[in-house]
Each structure stands twice: as C-alpha cells, then as structure tokens.
Write a protein that binds this ligand. Structure first.
Ligand code: ADP
Ligand code: MG
Length: 694
C-alpha cells in the first residue's frame, strides 16, 4: 500500500542544504512553498537552519514518526542512512540522487545493498535516481520532488520512470491550465514499481485519468495484471518510446531501463485496454480531454463553426480518426429555424457565421447536445473583435458544465488580447486547443477509448480433445536428447496431438521408402529434405512439389541426396495441396510474458511482405478473428474477383489451438507453421518448425 508515500504526514530530507540550487534545498523549498500539510524535517550533520526550519543532526533526533525520507547524499552513504531510518520506523525512502545501477556495476552493488537494508528494515524505496512524488490533494499538498514546475491541482495522474518525461507532461498540463493530481517518477525503480503505482492511482478517487510513459516493461506479467484491473476502472493513456533501435539504445544507457525494439508492450496495452499514443503532445492533449469530458457513446460528431477552412481541416482529421459527421434530424433543423442568421445553412457542420454572438452559439450548442444523431460536439471558435467572444465562451462553459456529451473546442484567438475569453474557458473546465487537428485528435482519442471499452470481451477456448501427454512426451524426448529443434516427424506429431490439421505425411529413409509412402498418401505428392541443418528447404532445392508418379519421387530423392549432404538426412513425403491461399501462423516466447502469436500471409515471401498481425497468448475467439481481419490481404481471405474465400472458422480454430499449445507448453520457444494452405473447406499445415528451450 502506497498511502504513506502519497499521503505522508511527515517528511524528512537527509542531506538538507542551506545552499540554494541544490536538490537538498529545493525539496524543502518545494514542500514549504506548496504549503505541505504535514511536518518537514531537514536533516544535516551541521544542524544549520534550512529555509527557516529547525534542522536535526540525525533522523533519530526527529521528535515524531516520519513517513517519507528523501536522501540527497552520496550513494555510498545511503545504505547506512537506510539502516538509521529503520530504527526510526520510516516507511518510504525516496532516493533522489544518482550513482546507482545507472552508472555501472559499482553503483549496482550499492543499489543492491540499499534493497537488502530496506527489506531488513521494512522500508520501501522509491528510486533511486528519481524525482519523487507529488500529491496535489488539498488535504495533503505533498510536493516531495525537486522539479521546477509548481504543481496545479487537477485530475490527471502521471507515472513514469523517466523524470524528464514525467516533468515534461506535468508541465504541459500546467501550461494548459488543467494541473496534475498525483505524480510519480521512480527512476531506476529498484523497489516501488510502475504496476504498484498504477494500482494506487486506480484506487485514488481524485484521479480521473492516468498518464503513463514507459520505455519497456520490467515485469510484464505483473504489469498486465495491474493494468487490466485499473483500466477497467478508469482510462489509462500511455506512450511507449524507444521504438527505434537507436531510441532503445538511448533508453538502455539512460535510466537503466530495459527498452528494446519490442512489440509486446503494445500488445499488452491493447490486451488490457490501455489507450496507446506515439506522440507525447498528442498524449497530453488527449489527457486534457479525458480529465474534463464524458466518454462518448458513439462516433458521430456535430460540428459548430464560425469559420470555413478550420472546419474543413477538422472534418478531415475527425474522419481520419474514425469519426463521422452526424446527420441532423428534422426536429433539430426545425429547432434551429429562426435562431440563426437567415443565410445560415441548417446542416452539419453548422456554420453559424463569423458575426454569430452568444445566443447563436447557445442555440447551436443546445441543438447538437439535444440531437440523438450526435454523440460528440466539436466547436471551431474564432474570436473576431466585432462580437462578444466572452459571452460566447460563457455559453460554451454552461453547456460544457452539463457534461452530457464530450465537447471539444478549437479556439482561434490572440491569447494576449483575448485573455479573458481564454480564462473563462479554462476556469469553466472546457477542453480547448489552438489547432483544428490537435482538437480533432483529442476527440478521436475519446472515441478510440469508447471503442476499446465497448469491445466484446471474447473467450479463450480450451479444446479438450487434445492429447497433452503425447505432445509432452515428444517435447521432453527432444529436450532430453539436447535438441532445440524438433524433427519434422516430432513437430507434426505435436500438432496432431493438438488437433491441428496437417497435410498427410510420412517419413522415408530412402527412395524405396519414399515411393511406398507416396503410394499410401496418393499422388500427387511433395518430397522435402529433412535434416537438422536444413532450415529453408526451398532455398537449397530441398522441396519438390507436384510429383505425379513413383519415378518422379525416386528422381527427387536421388537429386536431393546428391545435392544436400547431411548425416541425418531423411525424406519427408507429403500430400500435394495445390490452389489454396498460403498463410502463416507462428508463436514466439517472450521473457516473463508467455507467447506472442502471429498470423499473416504466408509462404516463402513472408519476410518481404510483412503482412502480419500479433497478439498475446492466450488469444480469445475475437482476437483470433481480429488477426485475420487486420492484415492488409484480409480481402483475399474473403475471396476477391470471383475467387472463393477460405474457411476463416478453420483458421480461427487453428490460432486458438496453437495458442492453447504454447500456453500449456511454456518451453516451446518458437514455432512457425508456414505455410498453412487454406481452402474453402479447411486448412492444412504443410511446413512446421518448432524449437524448444533446452
Ligand atoms: P521452406 O519454407 O523450408 O522453404 P516449405 O515446406 O514451406 O519449405 O515449402 C516451400 C513452398 O512450397 C511453400 O510455401 C508452398 O508454396 C510449396 N509447398 C510446400 N509443400 C506443399 C504442399 N504439400 N502442397 C502445396 N504446396 C506446397
Ligand atoms: Mg515454409
């Protein structure tokens, strides 16, 4: 429970300094100037007064209990200081200074010593190498932090390892006049973790929306659990950076974080219902809308404008963001009659004209809010000098206060001259922006969230016709023999044990056996070279398709034996299945997270086309269906230009069975079913590679 961290009654600063422009001085100043409601104890061996506060030589001299201790002392002194805090029954220590894991092995050893000492003493650590926390709750006002942007009270809570980014976001909210509720930047995060902080924010009643910035996830499973729980309660808006190899390297060498070029973070966001952003200013703009606006129930927008061009840009951006312009009903048109200037066209977007005053705007706003066809109201508001723009702003505020539908304003004004108009909107809790695209994207984010929230849950199907024992025996045998890659026979054996349809096959040692196998399977057949060293068979001439009679089978075997030298060479004889669509299904183990499941257009060009979709196992029926419909070539699966479509149900089932297989066998490292050949009446694996962890 992080209550004592975010709602401390007494805070001490070990390393409090009389010198301005030191962290040890700034924290004391931040606490006093922000009017912290608890006690503040500067600790300093010299005992000099700091910023007019009585200073103690040791934490042990402090007269009351202490919840939070900041440490602003050299890293090597920290473990001992934590021991002292233990004697004082301190609950949380915020390690603001650097010199820990982020600087190398020596610092990492000190960090380890801190963790041990804290554990022994029942103390939790925030940081090290971090800024700390902020709580703007009027009852608390804990500015336990050395950031320079004085907090404003608000409803958005921020969490990030990176102090730089957390501060950037926090500052953006102050500039936009919305403030912050809780703030946490935990640097190296050796103890108090992001999942824990998320859970705390989830329970904090004053937090309406959570903003998260990550560069990678340390304990993805814990994060997933916490995020799913919290995202069910309130919106989490997140950004993951370090998407490029270069960016990931910068992150790794900076906060000691674990960023890499991963997609699993995005998949976790998607699975848990976190709204993901690629751009930090877009994230901030959206958060402002979430902090004051209701979530829309649909994607139809009613637009009011008093300028032409901005409405055009806004419409483009809204449509690109998945919204559509609502059709106004006769009742609304009737309502507007006589309330607008006569030249006004009574349709959506409703151009009230530049000369429109407060009454015109109010009537237009009431019409949009009252219109059943409208789920979102978007206002383009230019402030010409010849109309009462303050009056218009007041009307907007009144309608905004009703909180019936999300209302987003694009305000085109000179803020220096129109300070009062801006103030009215800001104090009235209106979400307003100064660019049509920015405002439109904030509205699109609200709608994206509505779509996530109202998506059907889906079910993870568990097939009970699987032969788990047989699959297990095959895998254990390969592991026992020290092999990473399963042979073709083993791989197909595992697939069949899990009810995954494969093309009929046999293994042959030589040409005679291959001919016999082909006769059993029925011509035409395919012959493939099977040896541990041969990975991409067709690249090396190890695949011969459409063999129509025994002589062709013999010829293929002889040719492969000559061309490809391998001690363990066998021949894989398989039914030839012409004319279907080639797709790929794959799986890959992710450290601490289970498996990624992949679906896409398959065959030998899969790496070139890269037309694939990923999900996290276990995949639900809805997720499996989404994988099919989200690839670019999805229409090909449905059938185009008179061609027949494929049996999507069979593919969905294959995905679900693969998902079950890898979930039940975490030791499966990677799996490639490429291609699976899909037809109108079913689909069959014709190439399978499965590798296991040793
Ligand atoms: P690899 O991927 O190792 O090169 P595959 O077994 O995937 O070898 O075969 C390469 C290609 O040959 C497949 O993408 C497919 O186009 C074709 N092919 C392989 N087996 C069959 C089969 N049984 N029926 C029809 N086409 C096949
Ligand atoms: Mg293949």
């Amino acid at each position: 429970m992080l209550d004592s961290l975010f709602r401390p009654k007494a805070v001490a600063v070990i390393g409090a300094s009389t010198k301005e422009l030191t962290i040890g001085n700034r924290i004391i100043r931040n606490l006093t100037e922000f009017d912290f409601k608890g006690a503040i104890y500067p600790i300093n061996p010299k005992g000099e007064e700091v910023r007019g506060l009585k200073t103690y030589r040791s934490i042990l001299d402090v007269p009351t209990d202490v919840d939070v201790v900041h440490m602003v002392i050299p890293a090597k002194l920290v473990p001992q200081a934590i021991e002292d805090c233990g004697k004082k029954a301190v609950k949380f220590v915020i390690l603001n200074g650097g010199g820990f894991a982020e600087v190398g092995p020596e610092g990492a050893a000190i960090e380890q010593a801190c963790i041990l000492s804290a554990k022994r003493n029942g103390i939790r650590i925030m940081g090290p190498n971090c800024q700390g926390i902020i709580n703007t709750d009027p009852e608390v006002r804990a500015y336990c932090n050395f950031t320079f942007t004085r907090p404003d009270i608000g409803f958005i809570s921020i969490v990030a390892l990176s102090g730089g980014v957390a501060e950037l976001i926090h500052q953006a909210f102050s500039e936009m006049g919305v403030g912050t509720r809780l703030y946490a930047s935990n640097g190296n995060a050796c103890d108090v973790s992001i999942p824990e902080i998320l859970e705390y924010y989830g329970e904090d009643e004053g937090t309406r929306v959570i903003v998260l910035y990550v560069e990678g996830l340390r304990e993805p499973d814990k994060f997933l659990q916490a995020a799913a729980k919290v995202a069910a309660k309130k919106p989490i808006l997140a950004m993951k950076a370090g998407r490029t190899k270069e960016g990931a390297t910068a992150a790794a060498s900076h906060t000691g974080g674990l960023a890499r070029e991963d997609i699993s973070t995005d998949l976790i966001f998607e699975k848990t219902g976190i709204l993901s952003f690629r751009d930090v200013s877009e994230l901030c703009n959206a958060a402002v809308a979430f902090s004051s606006q209701p979530i829309p129930h649909g994607n139809r927008v009613g637009m009011i404008t008093n300028a032409g061009g901005p409405a055009v840009i806004s419409t483009d951006e809204l449509v690109a963001g998945g919204l559509k312009l609502a059709h106004l009903s006769d009742r609304t048109v009737e309502y507007l009659k006589g309330k607008m200037y006569p030249e006004v066209g009574l349709h959506n977007p409703l151009d009230v004209l530049a000369t429109a005053g407060p009454d015109h705007f109010r009537a237009a706003l009431d019409a949009m809010v009252g219109e059943d066809q409208v789920d979102n109201v978007y206002v383009n508001m230019v402030t010409p000098f010849f109309v009462d723009t303050d009056g218009i702003a007041r009307q907007v505020v009144q309608v905004n206060k009703q909180g019936i539908k999300p209302l987003i304003v694009n305000l085109i004004t000179d803020r220096r001259q129109r300070g009062e108009t801006v103030r009215i909107l800001r104090d009235g809790g209106v979400a307003f922006y100064s660019m049509p695209g920015t405002a439109a994207r904030a509205m699109a984010a609200l709608n994206r969230y509505n779509a996530i929230r109202s998506r059907p849950a889906g079910q993870v199907r568990t097939f009970d016709d699987v032969d788990r024992a047989r699959a297990e025996a095959i895998i254990l045998q390969a592991q026992g023999a020290g092999r990473k890659m399963l042979s073709a026979a083993e791989a197909y054996g595992v697939l069949q044990a899990y009810g995954i349809s494969v093309a009929d096959w046999r293994i042959a040692q030589d040409a005679a056996e291959a001919e016999k196998a082909a006769a059993e399977i029925g011509f035409p057949v395919v012959v493939k070279a099977d040896a541990e060293s041969i990975v991409h068979k067709s690249d090396m001439g190890g695949v011969a398709v459409n063999l129509k009679e025994a002589g062709a089978v013999r010829g293929a075997v002889q040719e492969m034996s000559q061309k490809l030298q391998a001690e363990d060479m066998r021949f894989f004889v398989q039914k030839y299945l012409p004319g279907g669509r080639e797709v790929i299904v794959g799986a890959k183990a992710e450290e601490g997270l289970g498996h990624l499941i992949l679906f896409g257009m398959g065959g030998i060009y899969v790496e070139i086309l890269k037309d694939v979709a990923f999900k996290l196992a276990p995949v639900t029926n809805i997720e499996a269906q989404e994988m099919l419909s989200s690839i670019k070539m999805a229409p090909l699966l449905k059938g185009v230009r008179g061609e027949k479509g494929v049996n999507e149900k069979a593919l969905v089932e294959t995905l679900q069975r693969v998902s079950q297989l890898v979930t039940e066998f975490p030791m499966i490292d990677e799996m490639d079913l490429n291609p699976i050949i899909a037809f109108e009446d079913g689909s069959f694996v014709v190439d399978a590679r499965i590798s296991v962890k040793r």
